[in-house]
Design a protein around this ligand. Sequence first.
Ligand code: NAP
Length: 271
Amino acid sequence: MHVFGLIGNPVGHSLSPPMHEAAYRELDMDAKYVTFEPDPDAVEAAIEGAAALGIDGLNVTIPFKQDALGVVEPDELAARIGAVNTIDFSTSPPRGYNTDAAGVSRAFAHHDVSLSGTDAVVVGAGGAARAVAVTLADACNRVHVANRTVEKAESLAADVRADAPATVTAGGLDSLDGCVSTADVLVNATSVGMEEDVTPVPADLLHGDLAVLDAVYTPVETRLLRDAAAAGATTVDGAWMLLFQGVVAFERWTGRDAPVEAMNAALRAQL
Ligand code: NAP
């Protein structure tokens, strides 16, 4: 039997087990997806133990994505993002990847949104924003990072700018006023909208030529996405990003095309 899983703390409410197990059922695979919740100071031992036990692959979530970077051999993209969310134990040392980035680009592609040559705005400068900003800076013409804490936006923009062809700028949330009206793509990578029906982007800035992805997926339909739809924008909910990071992890571990529809149905049944 193949064993895959997730390490994080906490992982109790993770949507990854039903999503991956749906793929195993669909493809009639002899495989299990298990969650592990090690103590924060035992993450290195946990990853090394997983390799010793013959576990095939692990997803990594908060708060271990940065720790994992130092325990496995990260590929170039994971190193640039500064976080590993997928470990492949088929090599020694195990390899680390960041599939959140592909989650963003495949979520847009699935909605027929091309990022090539576009002007993009990322709201947020935390862990999710880092993966989003690196992904957009590799494809877009310009990327603006807007964050409540301006210093974090500037620091993220400086890191991203160093390795990407795009023009990357930064500012506070007030800088949204000057850039959303001309943008083609907007991604909310803050947690705003998760617990309350609020949005980080004033509705009057949104327009019909925008494609808007909200990384928040609880609720699936956030206030930002409702406002964006009302303005005539293309909307991409956060469950698509979550789905495709899982799809890419599955494909990396197994070398097979993921059964995207089955995984999507299982994911959405939980939301
Ligand atoms: P994080 O590292 O803690 O970053 C949080 C971000 O939200 C920071 O930029 C923070 O700004 C901003 N923020 C928090 N409260 C705010 C407020 N009241 N007003 C304005 N900005 C605020 O978190 P993360 O891991 O990046 O996660 C961010 C969101 O993305 C979460 O909702 C998470 O569930 C989601 N996510 C989704 C996926 C997916 O696959 N769909 C993947 C990863 C994460 P400051 O820097 O000023 O504090």
